[in-house]
Design a protein around this ligand. Sequence first.
Ligand code: ADP
Ligand code: ASP
Ligand code: MG
Length: 439
Amino acid sequence: MKVLKFGGTSVGSAQRIKDVACLVCNGEQKIVVLSAMAGTTNTLVEIADYLHRKNPDGANEVINRLENQYKRHIKELYVTEASQTKAWEMIKLHFDYIRSLAKGLFTLFEEKAILAQGELISTAMFYQYLLEQNQKAVMIPALDFMRTDKNAEPDPAYIKEKLLALLQQQEAEIYITQGFICRNAYGEVDNLQRGGSDYTASLIGAAISADEIQIWTDIDGMHNNDPRVVSHTAPVRQLHFEEAAELAYFGAKILHPTCIQPAKYANIPVRLLNTMSPTAQGTLISNETEKGKIKAVAAKDSITAIKIKSSRMLLAHGFLRKVFEIFESYRTSIDMVCTSEVGVSVSIDNHRHLNEIVNDLKKYGTVTVDNDMCIICVVGDLEWENVGFEARAVAAMKDVPVRMISYGGSNYNISFLVRECDKQRALQALSDVLFNEQL
Ligand code: ADP
Ligand code: ASP
Ligand code: MG
């Protein structure tokens, strides 16, 4: 069985929902995971924000606006008036529930319950549409099987047991479920963090030992560079899980980084496909490496570089541990690290505790901070014994001031830290040299 996840952009309008229905009705058995319609989760966050600020009028205005949008979607989606009425009765329950949460005490618990409504609504609409089309579909509610443990990590054993039992209860061609939402260790409604529907699909794929996990979005697979920033990009046909993980983490938003691990461990291929062009090849992510190829480039903005220079580091041991402990104490993770005998530079993307971190680091050396930096990450078969690959990437950057270079951390990556204002020309230069040399 395959798992097919359709993101917010793929179910973003009545027409898109109809297109998805066409795609999934092909006689094969499958689990369909849906995100909320594009923009809905952001709107639900806005509603929760008003309620946290104790402004029910503001929240109500946004709720009414969202409700009207769904009224229009329903008119457009269903053919018969009976289906329209039925769908509206179902969706109205969700809006009534949101309004009921807006009345009392508003805590994190109510916020998570509000955020869950987007996926509950999109799946209810889709289910109703398939019924109208006389398709045999079964709803398997994510809140009945998707669960996190006390560390807020998914609980694979629980997920597998509950999901297999639900699938056995009813035979169907199409099983529909919600992405993103889950219950936590205390049984409360929770979620897998923003963009978490990809994670849902991957966890389900691993639980049922799926043949393939398909992530459907609105672009032709993973591109070899950011198509919004540089010209002449092309889809990448094949990626190793670790290459995909680096790209997803370093800014290629097409796939959520958490989605990689469950699929990788279960050795289930992940295919990125395009709802706008369903026959296009897309990108296949698997445990296979294409030898001798640089695959893609991605960039991550809003990075801060911190340098700690200290003569005490010379010939000393335990210096790096002391430095890293400071970051750990402020729950700030480090992305890049470069060391020399007299100093260490690191990069971080979470600036919340920057001042405290810098003050603490001053105990150990002279500290310099560079803001508004950007990590450019080149991904491919960069195994150290291959010759010439890293040289080509470095040569491409010859006109760009580079603050840090990291190579050798994995077999798949070389990263450059540059100024954010140089990002566009750095990405373009890498594209020209690595992928479009004939241009
Ligand atoms: P979905 O809900 O389908 O996952 P999202 O709206 O969450 O869609 O985000 C994916 C969107 O991000 C797509 O529309 C895609 O075009 C765009 N996108 C963001 N970054 C990149 C990138 N580096 N390469 C390609 N597409 C990107
Ligand atoms: N709807 C959720 C979000 O917008 C989850 C997802 O789309 O993956 O973050
Ligand atoms: Mg998404």
